[in-house]
Write a protein that binds this ligand. Sequence first.
Ligand code: ADP
Ligand code: GLC
Length: 498
Amino acid sequence: MKILFATPECAPYVKTGGLGDVSAALPATLAALGHDVHLLMPAYQDMKVEGEIGAGVDLPPYAQWPAAQLVPVKLDSGVTLLLLACPQLYQRPGGPYVDAGGRDYDDNAMRFGMLARVAALLGTVHSPLPDWIADVVHANDWPCGLAPLYLAHARVLAPHERTASSVITIHNLAFQGVFPMAAGDVLGVPYYWRGMDGVEFWGQLSMLKAGLQFADAITTVSPSYAREIQTQAHGVGFDGILRARSDRLRGILNGIDTTMWDPAQDPLLPAHFSRGDLKGKAACKAALQARVGLPANKGAMLLAMVSRLTPQKGVDLVLGALPRILASGAQLVILGSGEPGLQQALRDAAQKHPKQVSVTLAFDESLAHLIEAGADAFLMPSRFEPCGLNQMYSQAYGTPPIVAPVGGLLDSVTDASADAARGTGFVMTGCDAAGLDDALTRALRAWREPARWRRIQANGMDRHFGWEDSARQYLAVYEQAALVAAGSPLPATGISPP
Ligand code: ADP
Ligand code: GLC
């Protein structure tokens, strides 16, 4: 199958969160399964790409849009990276979505409208690549949300021409890509699709809504989140649409890249370890304590968090649990970046309790690996979590996670109190202070019983979180999307509500 995977970020080039990891691993796994995968992303400033760089192709001019080129790069994984080169839109300091000061770029509608439009174009007979038209265009999150709409529009304009089917994956429903409706003019959103049944969201244009309305199939990154977003409590205004389209919505749990996240050979670790031999983990703990300036204390349980600092991640709950953590004699290491208020609160906590709390406000891949390896337990008290990758990394690294009972956390962690034989971590009873306090108490107690703790570690390390199974589920979704696009009724066993 010819698959076009469109994304605003991809590790190791540009990553702000889990979407970057998914964009690296899923296309590579699909390619390893024998499919022809092209990965489209903007060519941001200072991106270092290794591979065989092909000749750039000019994109056909469109309205008043800036000129752009597609530069193909053959990656070792077999994936063809298509860099969308448009210096006017993408060559600037700062992140993929926000400037160096943390503010949204004011031309994001155009920046990601262009990404979505090129993604769609690659699935039509007007594909800018001379010999490649996608069978399916897989759009990710709001920045690619308009791609399914553009493909639907292509079908309206030329019903007899070949057009790819479309899939959108929701990595986070909270980011909705909302712009003034007037942006629809420059983006080429047909006026008849600017109403409630189209892109309209509280009077504005939502790129995510475009994706949800027009995609042939919708996926999200865990079965539990697929259920949750159909409820008012977690639907952030989209639960109605998602319920209406539940026949084409499916939750597929993300995997993890088990070559990059393997404690037995991770090059970012000072010592290695495995399920059968955990000695290296103690060395990683000592190295972590030294690196983040905490006393080298084997007897202190080391709790950790690596996270974007936003209300989603429950950082405030961790701050609220600080007295409990300090009283227990445990240490806490946090690596994160994000909202200034949360950063300040964390900085204050570290300053007040330098022997027990260490905070690093940065985005630091190597420290993230050392934390996963060196910590005793990992904290993820998220208010919502579409999938979450860190709880899977931590299980692979023998670091049982303490997680909220939501989304992908529910689907990937087994509570060790409820299931002593198979437990891999601690699931909070609720996403609140009491829930975290209870889970922390259980974890602290279990850590003091070495045989029990080793069992929990081993259970987590035995889990298989590789991508292959998920990639096969995506292939099934691509096939269903093709049926929907062809106007065939879904088979009875088709995409069913989760
Ligand atoms: P989300 O995508 O919501 O941020 P995930 O758990 O899916 O959450 O993925 C987060 C990814 O980003 C993980 O690979 C995690 O290690 C990484 N990450 C988050 N914050 C940092 C940071 N400050 N430094 C290094 N890596 C980070
Ligand atoms: C989002 C979600 C996270 C998920 C990631 C990759 O950023 O917040 O839960 O793991 O996307 O799908």
